[in-house]
Design a protein around this ligand. Structure first.
Ligand code: AMP
Length: 617
């Protein structure tokens, strides 16, 4: 099926352009897209096949800025001007940074509550600016590989990131020239990469175990109908593969009696040893034994030795898993899947221990370094509207509701509602035997739907014949975390139901939303009067219809006077509806009610008498 995006703001067709998914990591970052030809999520690779861009920025003395592998080379030789782990500083004030000494560069303490700055020579940079350098490099990388400009992205963040940290990430994207369509939780992205949560009606509880180079996160998610809810998170911001490398270095220092003072004094030697340790660790993920020549020594490490060294680290992650389960109030057997993320989950002992802990085989068939970026690309594709049916709408900034009688807007989800969110309300039919009900979904702040934006409409059909007012049609709105609105209508007595899914529209700019809000404020008074009039007109219309249908069935039970008075009153009320005066219409309603009430009661009593005849009570 050919897919195009309709911009509902302008009504124009939108040029199909690429939206990238970015995993902005503490140690490494990646960028992924849905491949234009294969339609598969794909991590972008340079010609040299590298996918990971180290999240490192180096400021050269000559004003040269480098990012990624190029910058990484300066970690040892020029630590003061080489910024790593900037993600740990995002959205933080100096007081939040417990471990300023961990960073080889200068973090400024200006004694303020404000966000931290990093000093390089005589210049100051915010973590947002530094992250923007990394994002810009990723953007250029994507443009270079895809040979097309890239200006829209989805960026992932840890589930525990607070609003400030999320906003900082969004700002970094903006600064890098990217329109950040969504900030997505890393565990949510990982889950999407495995296709968990993409099917409607799917209900799952999963654990995402993310062990990277320097951080460990465990998140428990509940997925229901495309809504990803974070039930709990736990972890350790200073625990990861780097600690395994350190454990190996220490083991070698002891085993081979290497003078640690000498190593500490020689940065290049220390770095070499650390690199060998990492090489050993990686090799032991597939081999049983590792050996390498270092100076006049032959360093060795077997897998069992390695496992003894890292057991305490693994145990630490498992106790965090235990706490996360406890916080989510779940038992191990309530977890449906355990998704493995992060390079360090390649270690066989990690896989085995996590599998044993959760008592099930872990989900680990994909490259653990890539799953988050791939999931971000899938999310980007959903936002691009390429994923399923195509209707792109923006729903978060404005109210959502349906049209009720008289063209009035009945708001189910008010504007500024936090997503995911849901709301429901019951409606009924206006006519006897009405077999279908039209549900029209609108977005906007005005009282009359004709002034709002129509998003979708569908018919709930198959309502069994019942007198007006008897069917109970429950309309439910559900906006999931991705901003997708699902509208369901169900007739409760018969169980017939129908639903529709509406995609978010990012095309609505802040200015357009503002314009709509302003418009609703300016018209607030008119709108209130119109609403009151429409409500009175609708009430009068319904009263005329029900009275007419009553007369159709029961005219023979009424006196002639009653019949003529009723017919006259109905004719009067019709004229009054046209008068457009709410007070006059109210009077007409009262008049008709006063005439019909006495005989309506009489007829009702008679009906009950007939119904009860011959029955034993
Ligand atoms: P991440 O932060 O997710 O990129 O993870 C990087 C960490 O994964 C580093 O500590 C790497 O040394 C580690 N890692 C990468 N490949 C392997 C492997 N084959 N076996 C064990 N650890 C690995």
């Amino acid at each position: 099926m050919a897919k195009i995006a309709i911009n509902l703001t302008t009504g124009s067709l939108q040029k199909e352009d690429i939206i990238v998914g970015i995993d902005l990591g503490t140690t490494n970052s990646l960028i992924a897209v849905i491949h234009p030809e294969t339609k598969q999520p794909t991590v972008l690779k340079e010609i040299d096949h590298t996918t990971l861009v180290p999240s490192i920025v180096h400021f050269g003395l000559n004003g040269n800025l480098s990012v990624g592998n190029e910058a990484k080379e300066f970690l040892i030789t020029d630590p003061e001007r080489t910024i790593f782990s900037v993600k740990r500083l995002m959205g933080k004030s100096y007081k939040d940074v417990e471990d300023a000494s961990y960073f080889g560069y200068r973090i400024i303490d200006d004694n303020s509550e404000g966000l931290v700055k990093i000093a390089v020579d005589d210049k100051f940079y915010t973590p947002i600016e530094l992250s923007a350098f990394i994002l810009k490099a990723l953007k250029q990388r994507a443009e270079h590989i895809l040979k097309t400009p890239v200006y829209r992205a989805v960026i992932t963040v840890p589930a525990y990131f607070n609003d400030t940290q999320r906003q900082a990430t969004r700002d970094a994207g903006k600064l890098a020239g990217l329109d950040v369509l969504r900030i997505v939780n890393e565990p949510t992205a990982a889950s999407l990469a495995y296709g968990i949560g993409l099917k409607t009606g799917e209900e799952k509880t999963i654990a995402v175990y993310d062990l990277g180079g320097g951080t460990f996160d465990i998140s428990i998610l509940r997925i229901s109908n495309g809504v990803f809810e974070v039930l709990s998170t736990n972890g350790d911001t200073y625990l990861g593969g780097d600690d395994m490398d350190k454990a190996i270095v220490n083991h070698w220092l002891q085993t081979y009696n290497i003078d640690s003072d000498k190593i500490d004094a020689d940065k290049a030697m220390a770095q070499q040893l650390r690199l060998y340790a990492e090489e050993a660790k990686k090799a032991l993920s597939t081999n049983e034994h590792f050996t390498v020549a270092f100076k006049n020594l032959q360093l060795e490490l077997s897998r069992p030795q390695f496992e003894v060294l890292i057991q305490p680290l693994v145990d630490k992650t498992l106790s965090a898993c235990q706490s996360a389960l406890k916080d989510a109030a779940l038992s191990i057997n309530e977890i449906d899947a355990v998704v493995m993320v992060g390079g360090s989950t390649r270690v066989p002992l990690v896989k085995k221990s996590v599998g044993e802990f959760f008592n099930k085989a872990v989900t680990d068939t994909m490259n653990p370094d890539e799953v988050v970026a791939l999931g971000a690309a899938i999310q980007a594709d959903v936002l691009a509207g390429n994923n399923k049916e195509l209707l792109l709408l923006d729903i978060t900034p404005l109210s959502l509701g349906i049209e009720t009688m008289g063209g009035l807007m009945d708001v189910l989800i008010p504007r500024n509602s936090k997503i995911p969110t849901k709301a429901g309300r019951q409606y009924t039919t206006q006519k006897d035997g009405q077999g279908s009900m039209r549900i029209t979904v609108y977005q906007g702040e005005r009282d009359l739907v004709k002034n709002n934006r129509k998003l979708a409409e569908f018919n709930l059909t198959g309502i069994p014949g019942m007198p007006a007012g008897l069917p109970k049609v429950e309309v439910n709105f559900l906006v999931n975390a991705d901003g997708i609105l699902v509208v369901k209508a169900k007739e409760l007595r018969s169980g017939v139901e129908q639903s529709i899914e509406i995609k978010p529209q990012y095309g609505l700019t802040d200015a357009e939303v503002e314009e709509r809000l302003l418009d609703s404020l300016q018209h607030a008074k008119d709108d209130m009067q119109t609403r009151a009039l429409v409500e009175a007109q609708t009430e009068a219309q319904v009263l005329i219809e029900t009275t007419n249908s009553f007369l159709d069935k029961n005219a023979h039970l009424l006196s002639n006077d009653e019949l003529t008075a009723t017919q006259k009153s109905i004719a009067d009320l019709k004229d009054m509806i046209a008068s457009e005066d709410k007070n006059i219409i109210q009077q007409g309603i009262e008049m008709l009610n006063n005439i019909s009430r006495p005989y309506a009661e009489r007829v009702m009593d008679e009906a009950i008498r007939v119904a009860m005849k011959g029955r034993q009570i």
